[in-house]
Design a protein around this ligand. Structure first.
Ligand code: 7MF
Ligand code: ZN
Length: 887
């Protein structure tokens, strides 16, 4: 257990204290006698002292929640004076330079409620070792810079556990006495133990084959509970697309004879890239048109891609230590974003990714949990699997791609993989390879890894009609973050263009250049302030900055409403075009009280929306994005203090105004997009459904019978989950008299399908109703809910705490007390899930004094609870402003 009742203040780990391992493990042989309550693990570690290590240095093996049954060195049992056992692990003294340590331990997988290490899910055995779960399986140097060849033998009852899987290739199998059997697996690639996996149980599978570019045949398997075998095809197709894409775009092939994916229902996060044996949360594998939405299909494709891409960015080249986490995660998120762009629509993908970054990562960067892409200290590493490490990390890699160009970036990647194949390295090694391959200096660029906070980019423009020049002055500033009061300027790539008053792009010739260099270019802002002067500009232009959102910064440019309207109608870059419309809407929402958001005030927005609804030449998905009002979570970034019900009321008022003004247009668009025929999750079809369901969402805002009938009809006739759920959601958030009956109908129809039930829980948790809190409280006692299953916790409790700001932040404080209590209960079972839920409280200082007091009280209760986990302690303490950076 990750609980330290006796230690009030858990220790902090620092990057500056990094020491290379004193001992290496060259090979590991593991034997598991699987039993749900008492699994025996025998481990043979072939160790070798590192050259720089003195002969008296003890070997430290991490271990947690293990029962030590025996320990021997080179075949001889070790006497008690040769080793010391404490709550952190095992220390062995007096070892020769090389030898074999044999250790036998016992663990209880069925009692493992943390879902870290070896545990059972729906009666099957599975593992999760990243970051520090392997130490809950056996004593081992549980750090990524110790890389070994693994051979794993699994033994279990053959009838109950016919499938026995681990990393690599099966090299032996057979029958044993008492109805048991065994399989031995060998992974030829040395790996850190966080990539170890085993899965055992009564699973079904589908099988396919992939032939690599060089002609190697790879067997592909997806293992699931048998009742889910009809939901695996999309995941398999996605896997083959990912394998082909990595060959085409990065020149990277798969390296083992088999690739296995297993779906489990109980999993703390999305998925895990264990070598040759990925373990997935079943929500990122299973899809059938009637059970999964378009968004589910998309997510499956991107998560399958993400885990597959880790085989190179993470497994073949791994992290030296956990401070380097973004080395593999930022890079791999960038790779999966690009994969999704190539498989679907680049513009839609980019807008979605920017939305996530700005609503979640900017918020993290502005609060007490702010940390650099490469953190320099932590209490619980599991708390640093953050949007900063993942999504800002991906933006940092994207900026390298922008600065070096696609070809330079590719050369840098090739060199990185060539130099470091089989090694555990740092983010610096990655940047070094990029520099060495291109000759571009990235000295200043490295600050993106070390400085936290979101830079603010202010742009001033000056047009000189006599000289026909347009001068853009770019100024950067980064606000302080915890532990970092002064920031050095960043190296910021600013993709930009200029357009005339008809929206036409102008050729760009910078002062001193002989000829124009295109209509879009990348300015590099390195100093605090720099001025760029463009020549031959016949009339005052409209500047377009940050095309494709070329840097993770906050842009300030004093556009007029007319300029924004122009860009939202004509700009060539989908992100900047969308952004212009969002800025217009945001201005309206933040400068008017809800009752003032009438048709007169909103006229320009209404007319823009009318044109968008009718613009059949434009991708429907982009039209849907353009018509979606800024999220409340994004609007919150612009106000102080955050008043959740005011933001909500403003957004709802504007939605109603648009609905009333555009009713015939919305109805026409809805009808025009009606489709019959078989469901396909492709981007074009999904885009049409997205726009049509957005029309429905607007139409029902009018709360009249004809809109209700439209939604009810869609619910009844829907041939896929996307349309069915959109109709249900529209009804649940309305006052339609049938809303309860439809909710009940949905549950009774899908109660056997745990992933569909999650959607049903989330809908209720995010419902726009006065009694939602009571409803959520009641649902915690519903048979469909369980605190033991992370997906259920996320579907109900996180959806409420993070997806229902009005409900969670209600002035009585009842939302805080309820979620606080759930977190403290959960912490005793699964600290990782508890601390993720606690993220809802970290921004407490952004609210008014009453709310601050309510949130603060809950954080203090978490921090000061006896037996609080390290994970939850760190979140609560840092949120409260305690300095966890000093021991
Ligand atoms: C896509 O990164 C993007 C991010 C760690 C677990 C999966 O492959 C992973 C694992 C966490 C948070 C997000 C993701 C993952 C984890 C993830 C998955 C798919 N190495 Br924690
Ligand atoms: Zn990952």
């Amino acid at each position: 257990m990750d609980r330290k009742a006796s230690t009030p203040k858990p220790a902090t780990v620092y990057l500056k204290d990094y020491q290379p391992p004193a001992w290496q493990i060259e090979a590991v042989e593991l034997e598991f006698d699987l039993d749900p309550q008492a699994t025996r693990v025998r481990s043979r570690l072939q160790f070798r002292r590192a050259p720089e290590t003195g002969p008296d240095t003890p070997l430290h093996l991490d271990g947690e929640a293990l029962e030590l049954l025996g320990i021997a060195l080179d075949g001889e049992p070790l006497t008690a004076d040769r080793y010391r056992l404490d709550e952190a692990g095992l220390e062995v003294r007096g070892l020769p330079e090389t030898g074999v340590l044999e250790i036998e331990t016992r663990i209880n997988p069925s009692a493992n409620t943390e879902l870290s290490g070896l545990y059972t899910s729906s009666g099957n055995f599975c593992t999760q070792c990243e970051a520090e779960g392997f130490r809950r399986i056996t004593f081992y140097p549980d750090r990524p810079d110790v890389m070994a060849r693994f051979t794993t033998t699994l033994r279990a009852d053959k009838a109950a556990t016919p499938v026995l899987l681990s990393n690599g290739n099966p090299i032996a199998s057979g029958e044993l006495e008492d109805g048991r059997h065994y399989v031995t697996w060998q992974d030829p690639f040395p790996k850190p133990c966080y990539l170890f996996a085993l899965v055992a149980g009564d699973l079904g599978w589908i099988q396919d084959r992939f032939v690599t570019r060089s002609g190697r045949e790879v067997d592909l398997y997806i293992y699931v509970q048998k009742h889910n075998l009809d939901k695996c095809d999309h995941a398999m197709a996605s896997l083959k697309h990912a394998m082909r894409w990595d060959e085409e775009v990065y020149g990277r092939e798969y390296d083992l004879d088999r690739y296995m994916i297993v779906a489990v229902d109980d999993f703390n996060m999305g998925a895990m890239e264990n070598k040759g044996l990925n373990v997935f949360n079943s929500r990122y594998v299973l899809a059938r048109p009637d059970t999964a939405t378009d968004a589910d299909y998309q997510n499956i494709e991107s998560v399958i891609g993400h885990e597959y891409f880790h085989n190179w960015s993470g497994n073949r080249v791994t992290c030296r230590d956990w401070f380097q986490l973004s080395l593999k995660e930022g890079f791999t998120v960038f790779r999966d974003q690009e994969f999704s762009s190539d498989m679907n629509s680049r513009g839609v993908q980019r807008i979605g990714d920017v939305n996530i970054l700005r609503t979640h990562q900017f918020r993290e960067d502005a609060g007490p949990m702010a940390h650099p892409v490469k953190p320099d200290h932590y209490v619980a590493i599991d708390n640093f699997y953050t949007v900063t490490v993942y999504n800002k990390g991906a933006e940092v890699v994207r900026m390298l791609h922008t600065l070096l160009g696609a070809e330079g970036f590719r050369r840098g990647c090739d060199l990185y993989f060539e130099r470091h194949d089989g090694q555990a390295v740092t983010t610096d090694d990655f940047v070094n390879a990029m520099e060495a391959a291109t000759g571009v200096s990235l000295q200043q660029f490295r600050r993106w890894y070390d400085q936290a906070g979101t830079p603010e980019l202010e742009v001033e423009r000056h047009y000189d009609p006599q000289a026909r020049t347009c001068a853009l002055t770019l100024r950067q500033h980064c606000p302080p973050t915890p532990g970092q009061s002064d920031k050095q300027p960043f190296h910021i790539p600013v993709a930009m263009g200029l357009c005339d008053r008809e929206g036409r792009a102008l050729p760009l010739r910078l002062y001193g250049e002989a000829a124009a260099g295109g209509e879009s270019r990348v300015l590099e802002l390195c100093r605090e302030e720099e001025t760029f002067v463009f020549q031959d500009i016949p009339a005052e232009p409209v500047p377009v900055l940050l095309r494709g959102f070329s840097a993770p910064v906050k842009l300030a440019l004093d556009y007029t409403d007319a300029e924004l309207a122009l860009l939202s109608a004509h700009e060539s870059d989908p992100f900047c075009r969308w952004e212009a419309g969002q800025t217009l809407a945001r201005r309206l929402l933040l400068t008017h009280p809800p009752q003032a958001l009438d048709a007169d005030t909103a006229r320009p927005l209404i007319e823009a929306a009318r044109r968008t609804l009718a613009d059949t030449a434009l991708d429907p998905a982009l039209r849907a994005l353009a018509l979606t009002l800024p999220a409340e979570g994004y609007l919150a970034e612009f106000v102080d203090p955050i008043e959740p019900e005011q933001l909500h009321a403003a957004r709802q008022a504007l939605r109603l105004t648009l609905s009333r003004a555009l009713r015939p247009d919305l109805e026409a668009c809805y009808e025009q997009l009606t489709e019959t025929g078989a469901y396909s999750p492709d981007a074009a079809s999904a885009g049409r459904r997205r726009l049509r369901n957005l029309c429905l969402n607007y139409l029902i805002a009018c709360e009249d019978d004809s809109a209700y009938q439209l939604a009810l009809r869609q619910y009844e006739q829907a041939g896929n989950m996307t349309d069915s759920l959109a109709a249900l959601q529209a009804l649940v958030n309305s006052d339609c008299p049938q809303r309860e009956a439809v909710l009940e109908d949905f549950y009774s129809r899908w109660q056997q399908d745990t992933l569909v039930v999650d959607k049903w829980l989330s809908l209720q948790a995010t419902a726009d109703r006065a009694d939602t809190l009571e409803r959520v409280q009641a649902l915690t006692g519903h048979p469909a809910f369980s605190l033991s299953n992370p997906n259920k916790v996320y579907a109900l409790l996180r959806a409420f705490a993070q997806g229902n700001p009005v409900g969670f932040h209600q002035a009585s404080g009842a939302g805080y007390r309820f979620i606080g209590e759930q977190i403290r209960t959960l912490d005793g079972r699964n600290p990782q899930v508890a601390s993720r839920l606690a993220a809802a409280f970290t921004d407490w200082r952004r609210y008014n004094p009453t709310r601050q007091a309510g949130m603060r009280t809950e954080l203090e209760k978490m921090r000061d609870a006896g037996g609080v986990s390290r994970d939850l302690y760190e979140i609560a303490a840092r949120s409260l402003g305690d300095d966890t950076g000093t021991n």
